[in-house]
Design a protein around this ligand. Structure first.
Ligand SMILES: [Zn+2]
Ligand SMILES: [Zn+2]
Length: 236
């Protein structure tokens, strides 16, 4: 079993002992912080293109793509979460330290993620989001049809919602979330604490979607996760 130090504990330790960050830790924090800044700049930039699609008459494809994008990224968070909970461990090459470790730690002590700061919470998803938004910024200017306008809008929505999935998840574990969070939870635009609580009850096999949670009732109701596991067992 690979030994590791959770990021929250490392920060607390460093604060207490005034231990300077290593160069690789500094580099990681710089990359994560830059990704968050890029996401914040590029999201409205691409949003201007989405607004142009509407003014050019493609309002219906945009209107359909927006909720589809929210649902699609919720589904993606569910797939990633399910895979990381059910397969491999922290020593699995590449995805072990990058993804699986955090999900497994979270089951052991769900409230620890509340200690993560803004960069630690949102940096990693924003690396992917910033890359996706940069590609969209280029592609959006080439859009010539309603179908491509819908595709750009769909990916843009997935990117801007997915960027903050960890933040939304963190809010569900706070004893008192910020006012904006409570508003989004009431509006069902962010995962609700009571809906996420089911995932933290043994056997932790439902409620995998952690963005808006829109897909949880459907996927849990269909028994998707147990069906996927049965299917994978049959083929391996
Ligand atoms: Zn989990
Ligand atoms: Zn949780």
């Amino acid at each position: 079993m690979t030994r590791f130090t959770p990021a929250w504990r490392w920060r607390q330790t460093n604060r207490r002992l005034s231990v300077p960050m290593t160069r690789s830790q500094q580099l990681r924090r710089t990359v994560l912080a830059s990704s968050i800044v890029l996401t914040i700049i590029l999201a409205p930039w691409v949003g201007l293109s989405v607004a142009r699609f509407v003014t050019e008459g493609w309002w219906l494809p945009v209107l359909i793509a927006l909720p589809l994008g929210v649902a699609a990224i919720d589904f993606v968070t569910g797939i990633v979460h399910w895979a990381c909970d059910r397969f491999g461990d922290a020593s699995t090459p590449v995805v072990g330290p990058l993804l699986i470790r955090a999900f497994r730690e979270h089951h052991v002590d769900p409230s620890k993620m509340v200690d993560h700061d803004w960069i630690e919470t949102n940096g990693e998803p924003c690396v992917l989001t910033a890359l996706a938004l940069a590609a969209l910024a280029v592609l959006a200017s080439e859009v010539q049809s309603g179908l491509s306008a819908a595709a750009v809008t769909l990916v843009w929505t997935m990117a801007i919602v997915g960027a903050w999935a960890n933040q939304v998840h963190k809010w569900t574990h706070m004893s008192r979330a910020p006012r904006l969070a409570r508003f989004l939870q009431r509006a069902r635009l962010a995962l609700r604490p009571n809906e996420h609580a089911c995932h933290h009850r043994a056997p932790h096999d439902s409620g995998y979607c952690i963005s808006t949670g829109w897909m949880n009732p459907l996927l849990d109701g269909l028994g998707l996760w147990s069906w996927l596991e049965r299917s994978l067992r049959r083929t391996t």
